[in-house]
Design a protein around this ligand. Structure first.
Ligand SMILES: *Cc1c(COP(=O)(O)O)cnc(C)c1O
Ligand SMILES: [Zn+2]
Length: 381
């Protein structure tokens, strides 16, 4: 059964429903289970999924390292861990959701899939579409950078640049997908969200965090991570839920604005502008759902500036991790929360490093490079 996250209306699983008539996103019930033995997270937590997964098609998504921060733990006075999602097959956590989303499409009998994205999700769906041998449609905005088109070109998907209102494209794709037999695995598709909850399972296998810090755009990732921890709690595998922190860029923070103003609904963020392009959604389709979760679970919402983001990106590189600006927002937010005394010293904090820095080289300044003749190398060293 799929259930509306807002009005509670139910929809049968055999129909390809993705959103409620009321406009809000749908989700699956909370699963309960006991973890089993297996090499992959999909095997160990198979009881938490509504269908059997065809692991022969897996590209090795998930099972990413939880890495202890060295310098930053000391500097920020917390026990900080990085969930390093850059090690997924297309270098972002999107692969977890794409893998489960495709199973849903196949279960319903679709042989075409698609997505609406300008970045990581486009590459992920293109890659898995190729892997599963499905015709794959990627709808991108007309202003997409050449660099980003290149990250999906190799997979051979059908890429369509759409002129017009990009915000409308999400809804338009779902509507046309139903008519044309294309299952659009968009940002907060209920089954994409199911894929993301595997991040929580993996974290809980290693530690019991006090805080989980989550870069948030459409809200799919945030919803997935929360759902994962709720299922662990329901299954009595953990005692307490962590505090969830949604992080946005100041230049596009519709969620934080609504949260701080105590609103029930998000409003479109006009003229968004930030270096953290992967989280630059001015009207997130799961924004209201995230707002409800933040209130219910007493979560936090933090917006950080581009300067703070770039500083955090450099700090992460000094830990040996090169990640994209959107993914560095978590560290910028953590610094802020520590300064404001909202997170206690010694707390266990997990920051989700959502995607790789290699995807966005334009955001990086060239480092200092010295030059010398080979005869003078001795003096140069
Ligand atoms: C997609 C993405 C996010 C945000 O995920 P949502 O599910 O849209 O909230 C954060 N960081 C990176 C790198 C992403 O690609
Ligand atoms: Zn509804």
């Amino acid at each position: 059964m799929l259930k509306c996250t807002s009005c509670g209306k139910e929809y049968p699983l055999r129909k390809p429903c993705q959103r409620c008539e009321c406009g809000e996103p749908l989700e699956l019930e909370l699963f309960k289970g006991v973890p089993g033995i297996g090499r992959s997270i999909w095997e160990r937590f198979s009881q938490f999924y509504p269908f059997e997964l065809d692991l022969e098609y897996s590209l090795g998504e998930g099972d990413t390292p939880l890495t202890k921060a060295k310098r930053l733990s000391k500097e920020l006075g917390v026990r900080l861990y990085f969930k390093n999602e850059t090690l997924n097959p297309t270098w972002s956590f999107k692969d977890r959701g794409t893998f489960i989303g495709i199973h849903r499409a196949l279960e319903l009998g679709f042989d075409k899939i698609g997505t609406v994205s300008t970045g990581n999700m486009a590459a992920s769906v293109a890659a898995y579409g190729a892997r599963f041998g499905l015709e794959t449609f990627i709808l991108v905005s007309s202003s997409i950078a050449e660099e980003k088109l290149k990250t999906l070109a190799p997979y051979g998907a059908r890429v369509i640049k759409v002129h017009g209102n990009y915000g409308e494209l999400y809804y338009k794709s779902l509507e046309l997908g139903q008519k044309k037999g294309i299952y659009f695995i968009n940002s907060d598709d209920p089954f994409r969200v199911e894929g993301y909850k595997s991040i929580s399972f993996e974290i809980a296998e290693e530690i019991a965090p006090d805080y989980v810090v989550i870069p948030t755009s459409s809200g799919g990732l945030f919803r997935g991570i929360v759902k994962g921890f709720l299922e662990l709690k329901e299954s009595e595998l953990i005692d307490n839920l962590p505090t969830f922190v949604a992080v946005q860029a100041k230049g596009c923070s519709p969620l934080c604005r609504a949260f701080n103003e105590g609103k029930q609904k998000i409003e479109r963020f006009e003229n968004p502008h930030t270096i953290a392009h992967a989280i630059e959604n001015p009207y997130p389709p799961s924004g209201n759902a995230v707002l409800r979760l933040l209130k219910e679970l007493k979560g936090l919402c933090v917006a950080v500036s581009d300067d703070e983001i770039l500083k955090a990106q450099r700090e992460l590189a000094r830990e040996g991790l090169f990640i994209q600006p959107a993914s560095a927002t978590g560290i910028a937010a953590l610094r802020k929360l520590r300064e404001e005394g909202k997170i206690k010293a010694g707390a266990r904090v997990v920051s989700i490093l959502t995607g790789s820095g290699l995807k966005f080289l334009d955001a990086v300044k060239e480092g200092k490079v010295r030059e010398c003749r080979i005869e003078e190398l001795g003096e140069c060293l």
